[in-house]
Design a protein around this ligand. Structure first.
Ligand SMILES: NC(=O)c1ccc[n+]([C@@H]2O[C@H](COP(=O)([O-])OP(=O)(O)OC[C@H]3O[C@@H](n4cnc5c(N)ncnc54)[C@H](O)[C@@H]3O)[C@@H](O)[C@H]2O)c1
Length: 388
């Protein structure tokens, strides 16, 4: 296939994870142009990653007729604008999450892309990693049986502890539900399909936060009054499963597993203690307990473990360049490039991201208005990753 010419807008903290990974797929993606509001940064990244062109603003990059696909790595407040402008210019889009700051904006993006016949993809793509794909395999091969319930939980003290510019996490489009929640929600959606309805409660215990790392350490900043930093919800999926959902940036720590799914025949647990673990990572341990053996087993198997009784091992990466457990951010875009060439659906799809946005917004509405909220959008569950 002819590689797609990529234009990247936004060259901040996360760009290295993407660009160093995308460099491994020159047959699918050509790192063609990059843009940053700080021109010196754009020039620096051009040299580092071998882009052909550097632009001082996103609009000029979008106007470049050579570019096929835009990778939007700006902060959430700018996702809607660049995603929509890129589609207006006839380009495919792959965006960092969330697709837009509001569901209504997300709808507009997807509607225009449909009219123009363009692909939209959106992070997170961690559900394509070995761990969630192994859960998918356990489900597809009948080990878990029908999933009837579960719980997801990310409990920490907030991202101002590690991020040098954390203010955007506490502004429109941020907060734990829209920032870290998408990893958990997308993992669930990719496994269980669409959500039917939600109910939730949420609070904002601290109106002000302090930056703890980088040059701005010690600076205080306000939290947008609309942002809830501790949210607990219950999600009812259309498949019938009911899942507890906790996203919290107000606690020091927790030992609650990041994710548990309860099947009729087996339970599956992500035991990570680190709040940056769980569905936020591509790989990692899984614990499985089924009715036949009735003891917890590690997947992938740890040395000394008994043989796993199922004919299922950890799902390995279908792309040749990287292992399936590394920080593979961007494989959703690589998959989208292949999907465009093959005329198939991409896995980290705009439709799933739009549903993710609708459910996340429904959680916030439910918490604010103290009522159950029904969802309406639909998407097709992404195909499982092929096993090599
Ligand atoms: N940093 C992480 O660990 C991390 C992890 C996963 C996902 N993300 C997501 O990646 C995205 C970017 O995060 P980041 O941490 O790199 O942020 P950052 O603040 O470090 O960088 C953001 C970049 O976007 C540019 N930008 C912001 N607003 C813009 C605008 N209006 N017009 C043009 N350019 C604009 C900035 O100049 C900068 O280059 C966010 O959506 C975030 O949720 C970040």
């Amino acid at each position: 296939m002819k590689p797609l010419k990529l234009g990247v807008i936004g060259l901040g903290d996360i760009c290295h994870a993407y660009l160093s990974n995308l460099q491994k797929y020159p047959d699918r993606i050509e790192l063609y142009a990059c843009a940053c509001r700080t021109p010196a940064r754009a020039e620096e990244k051009k040299e580092t990653y071998g882009f052909r062109k550097a632009y001082a603003d996103g609009d000029s990059l979008i106007a470049d007729p050579e570019i096929d696909v835009i990778l939007n790595l700006t902060t959430p407040g700018a996702h809607y604008y660049y995603n929509l402008e890129a589609i207006k210019a006839g380009k495919h889009v792959y965006s960092e999450k969330p697709l837009a700051a509001t569901f209504a904006e997300g709808m507009e993006i997807m509607e225009l892309a449909r009219q123009k016949g363009l692909y939209v993809g959106c992070a997170p793509d961690t559900f394509m990693g070995s761990r969630i794909q192994t859960i998918r395999r356990l489900m597809d091969e009948g080990v878990t049986g029908r999933i009837v319930g579960g719980t997801v939980s990310c409990i920490s003290h907030g991202w101002e502890w590690f991020h040098p510019n954390p203010v955007f996490f506490y502004q429109a489009g941020g907060g734990p539900v829209l920032d870290i929640g998408p990893y958990y929600m997308t993992a669930l959606l990719s496994l269980l399909g669409p959500v039917d309805s939600v109910c939730a409660m949420g609070v904002q215990p601290e109106a002000e936060r302090m930056i703890h790392s980088g040059e701005k350490a010690g600076q205080h900043f306000p939290v947008d009054p609309d942002i809830m930093t501790s949210v607990m919800a219950v999600l009812k999926f259309r498949c019938g499963a009911v899942v507890n959902y906790t996203m919290c940036w107000d606690a020091w720590d927790s030992l609650v597993p990041r994710m548990e799914l309860y099947g009729e025949k087996a339970s599956v647990v992500m035991p990570d203690e680190d709040p940056n673990g769980g569905p936020n990572l591509f790989g990692g341990d899984l614990l499985v307990k089924d009715e036949a053996t009735y003891r917890w087993k590690n997947m992938p198997r740890k040395e000394g473990d008994e043989e796993i009784p199922w004919e299922i091992a950890e799902v390995k990466h279908p792309y040749s360049a990287v292992s399936f457990v590394e920080n593979n951010r961007g494989i959703g875009l690589v998959d989208m490039a292949e999907a465009i060439a093959e005329g198939r659906r991409n896995r980290a799809s705009g439709d799933m991201a739009l549903h993710m946005l609708e459910v996340s917004e429904a959680i916030l509405v439910s918490a604010r208005e103290q009522r159950y909220v029904q969802t309406h959008t639909d998407f097709e569950r992404p195909e499982a990753m092929p096993q090599i």
